[in-house]
Design a protein around this ligand. Structure first.
Ligand SMILES: Cc1cc2nc3c(=O)[nH]c(=O)nc-3n(C[C@H](O)[C@H](O)[C@H](O)COP(=O)(O)OP(=O)(O)OC[C@H]3O[C@@H](n4cnc5c(N)ncnc54)[C@H](O)[C@@H]3O)c2cc1C
Length: 400
């Protein structure tokens, strides 16, 4: 069931011409290692990451890496429909998009809250994949309850001095810079007040990084220790003490990712194709009516996810984002991805549980690896429980 035209957005022949141009370009330029696995590059080992960077630079030369940014920052200046089509095609093909922390999270808040100097310094480097970013929100005692964070930033002349620890930073091993939340004044009556948002070069003296392996075996995360780290005052984003506003806008951007629906479509198509290829085999998965029913239900779920993604993109572009929608989108897509991976595990059977480097692995082992990663996605960016909590309060207006 390949991706269909975007009728909801009025995408006409020109948009579909763009879609086929991207498909043609990907045939020639997307390395097989990515096409096969549709892997998430944030979890690639270092060599894979470097090849992914090369690919993203080639994509940028086409104007398709940051298609929606203004030309002044090396963007393609395209509208939301074209942006969605490009993102969909790339995600469906398995194109590795590096630096999602920079492109999808930091850039939108720099456009909104950053100074001209911050925009000029950082946006072009993100566009050219020259500066990789990590997100420094979580701490050992502050995850779901982010306002409990304890990192401090003390003013000293024209610098701030940062002390504390961050943890679970995705891509933290490869990143060059990190954006962090730190307390610039003690906790008052409103816990979210007094937190500030800083941009920090990870090479600054006083920072120690340690990799953390996830269950995939990769050093998916890092933890960082800040000991008297001097950060120039021009690296403060927004007003001092008003970082919560910036942090929340960034989380909205993180949770609204429009590529998940196309990835889900890809997983489902691979599973269906594999099932069809087993017709006549001793263990024919399609002989089991429960499998057929589960696949049909997955089609329904993926279609709903796609409609939800379009709604998010449309509202973001028109500046009318419903405050509960990023949480709804994050919750829906992380649950859907986990469901599809679990369905895959059931249908593919015991060999489907083997990981990518096993020669007997089914579908290159990426369904089993994806099953592990799908569990991480229900936690990263805020857990499913927290998203439900936000939907009930900001969406339904229920009391806390
Ligand atoms: C794949 C992945 C990537 C990540 N990347 C980053 C990153 O790049 N940068 C970063 O800063 N952090 C990152 N994180 C950390 C992530 O944001 C936290 O793990 C997450 O917010 C949960 O916090 P916690 O681990 O401290 O769990 P806790 O907050 O201790 O939660 C433990 C359990 O209690 C539940 N719970 C807590 N409070 C409530 C409540 N009020 N109501 C109902 N249930 C509740 C949670 O849902 C969870 O099940 C990442 C995590 C993962 C898994």
């Amino acid at each position: 069931m390949p991706l269909e035209p975007i009728v909801q957005f009025g995408g006409g022949p020109e948009v579909e011409e763009l879609r086929s141009r991207i498909r043609g370009w990907l045939v020639d330029h997307l390395p097989d290692e990515f096409r096969r696995t549709a892997a998430n590059p944030d979890y690639l080992p270092r060599e894979g990451h470097e090849r992914a960077v090369e690919f993203c630079r080639a994509l940028h030369a086409q104007g398709w890496f940051v298609p929606h940014w203004p030309a002044r920052f090396e963007g393609g200046g395209l509208d939301v429909v074209r942006q969605v089509v490009i993102r969909e095609e790339l995600a469906y093909a398995g194109a590795p998009m590096v630096n999602t922390n920079g492109v999808n999270m930091l850039a939108p808040v720099l456009f909104r809250f950053g100074t001209t100097a911050q925009q000029d310094e950082h946006l072009p480097k993100i566009a050219r994949s020259e500066r990789m970013w990590a997100q420094g929100y979580s701490e050992p005692e502050a995850g779901s309850d982010l306002a409990a964070l304890r990192m401090t930033a003390r003013r000293d002349g024209d610098h701030y001095v940062l002390d504390g620890q961050k943890t679970w930073t995705s891509n933290g091993v490869l990143a060059d810079w990190i954006f962090v939340l730190a307390r610039t004044s003690p906790v008052g009556t409103k816990r979210q007040a007094g937190i500030s948002f800083f941009l920090v070069d990870l090479e600054t003296p006083g920072i120690t990084r340690r990799p953390i392996r996830s269950m995939t075996g990769y050093p998916t995360f890092a933890e960082e220790f800040f000991d008297g780290v001097r950060v120039p005052e021009e690296n403060l984003v927004g007003e001092e003490g008003e970082g919560w506003k910036v942090a929340k806008a960034l989380l909205d951007a993180e949770r609204s990712n429009v590529t998940r629906a196309a990835q889900a479509q890809r997983y489902l198509d691979e599973l269906v194709d594999w099932c069809k290829a087993q017709r006549g085999a001793k263990h024919d998965p399609l002989a089991d009516p429960l499998n057929r029913m589960a696949l049909a239900r997955a089609v329904e779920r993926v279609e709903v996810g796609r409609a939800l993604s379009y709604r998010v993109a449309h509202q973001q572009a028109s500046g009318t984002l419903d405050p509960a929608l990023p949480s709804l989108s994050k919750l829906y897509h992380s649950q859907l991805t986990a469901e599809l991976r679990q369905l895959g595990a059931r249908i593919l059977g015991p060999l489907g549980a083997l990981l990518p480097d096993d020669p007997d692995a089914v579908l290159d082992g990426h369904f089993s690896e994806g099953l592990l990663l799908s569990l991480l996605h229900t936690i990263g960016g805020g857990t499913s429980e927290i998203q439900r909590d936000l939907i009930s309060t900001t969406g339904l207006g229920l009391p806390r």
